[in-house]
Design a protein around this ligand. Structure first.
Ligand code: BJ8
Length: 423
């Protein structure tokens, strides 16, 4: 029995079933990532993290728990990590991006539920993901109907805390979100036994801002004519951002960026000259969902940005760092986490369309692919408006709907290939 197997067994996981996932993941990773030519050396760290994603980080979290720290898992980028860190706990993402977990989710949810929700519940109920065993608290939010009701089912098996996110952005909604953050802080204090102080919160704001700054720096390389890193590698880094230790992650992203600076100086690109530049928008691509990036980039196009929660929506905006008093810091968190995330759960959500158009210009994109996870009504309905508005501005756009299976891979290749041809 390897060390990981012992750890998984101790976590109460279904080790035999989990082994099936462990068998297929390295092959999938190798096909998508290691087959790329001319990858930056700085990707070695991220390869290592993902190569043992159910081993290295879970072992660190368990060690931290032995030292009295708590681990708090969440599913949405509206939930602020800063307050978790300020309470002396460790935040971790819990969204699941593999078809492997979907059948387990379908045992407790209708088939017509988005794969992200099904996979997340499947990971818990099938006991096949260590992060879903380790978390001391699971934090859900009321963004979409599927999630809202799924939390009730999850609560039967896991300790849940729910944050009520407003679906408009009026002044009173900001006040409400501020109150929700305060309630969450109280819950975290109760969980950890630690008081969130002005000092600990300010420090946490700096830690998370630095992480976002590093990701901004990374994304800025994609504005270059010669793009020095592939879209799928940047996606992987964004996915790891939800799991890794934030300070170590920041250091490693900055180290990679130093290497990319050199590449830019030397005019190195990972893409063929003249390859079409694509901006993605839509629903999140949770780890290990690399399907679309792989298809698009093996068709010869370059993905230069993601207007997604696993992309620029996660890192573009910082929390104001000037304030050091509790009230203003909490207000600033509410402003950032409600005001600057343009999820389709808001109505109206014109800021998202404005963002897409701005990003098309900033990243010099030739076209936009609007991605919808099957059965996500929010993004599906909003897609009509997004695509209409982009076409009115003569921005080429195609809408696609997909899930975590590979069944539609050939069809996607044909459709996306035809779209790239016309750019
Ligand atoms: S801020 S996108 S992370 S809610 S895809 S579960 S919306 S049915 S993930 Fe999301 Fe927060 Fe919004 Fe981002 Fe529901 Fe749609 Fe599924 Fe979704």
């Amino acid at each position: 029995m390897t060390d990981n197997h012992k750890m998984w067994a101790d976590l109460g996981m279904d080790v035999a079933t989990h082994d099936i996932l462990c068998e297929v993941l390295p092959g999938a990773f190798s096909d998508v990532f290691l087959s790329q030519e001319n990858r930056p050396k700085g990707m070695d760290y991220f390869n290592m993290v993902v190569g043992d994603i159910h081993g290295i980080r879970p072992a660190e979290l368990i060690e931290a728990q032995k030292n009295g720290q708590k681990v708090v898992g969440s599913f949405c980028i509206h939930v602020p990590d800063e307050v978790v860190i300020a309470a002396g706990a460790i935040p971790t993402g819990l969204c699941s991006g593999s078809q492997f977990w979907v059948p387990g989710g379908e045992k407790v949810l209708p088939t017509a539920t988005c794969p992200l929700i099904k996979a997340s519940l499947g990971a818990r109920f099938d006991r096949t993901c260590p992060f879903f065993r380790i978390a001391d608290l699971f934090v859900g939010e009321t963004t979409c109907d599927g999630k809202k009701k799924a939390w009730e089912i999850l609560a039967e098996d896991a300790p849940m805390y729910i944050m009520d996110i407003p679906q408009l952005k009026r002044e009173r909604d900001f006040k409400h979100w501020e109150e929700e953050i305060r309630g969450y802080m109280e819950r975290l204090e109760e969980l950890t036994g630690n008081k969130i102080t002005e000092e600990s919160l300010h420090k946490a704001i700096e830690i998370v801002n630095n992480k976002r700054r590093a990701l901004q720096r990374l994304n800025n390389f994609r504005k270059q004519k010669n793009v020095p890193i592939s879209g799928v590698d940047v996606l992987l880094i964004h996915q790891i951002a939800f799991f890794d230790d934030p300070e170590r992650f920041t250091t490693m992203v900055n180290k990679l960026c130093d290497e990319l600076d050199e590449r830019v100086k030397n005019g190195v690109s990972v893409y063929e000259e003249g390859s079409k530049r694509i901006l993605l928008t839509g629903t999140p691509l949770s780890i290990p969902n690399w399907k679309l990036h792989h298809i698009i980039e093996t068709l010869g196009a370059s993905i230069v940005g993601e207007e997604m929660c696993t992309g620029l929506r996660y890192c573009e905006n910082l929390v104001d760092e000037e304030a050091t008093d509790m009230d203003t810091m909490v207000e600033n968190l509410a402003r950032r986490y409600l005001g600057h995330i343009n999820c389709a759960c808001f109505t109206p959500n014109m800021e998202r369309i404005d963002d897409i158009k701005r990003l098309v210009k900033e990243y010099n994109a030739d076209g936009v692919i609007d991605v919808n996870l099957k059965f996500c009504n929010l993004y599906d309905v909003e897609g009509l408006k997004v695509e209409k508005s982009l076409r009115e501005d003569n921005i080429p756009v195609i809408g696609i709907e997909t899930d975590y299976t590979d069944e539609d891979a050939e069809q996607l290749k044909t459709r996306i290939g035809a779209f790239i041809e016309i750019l």
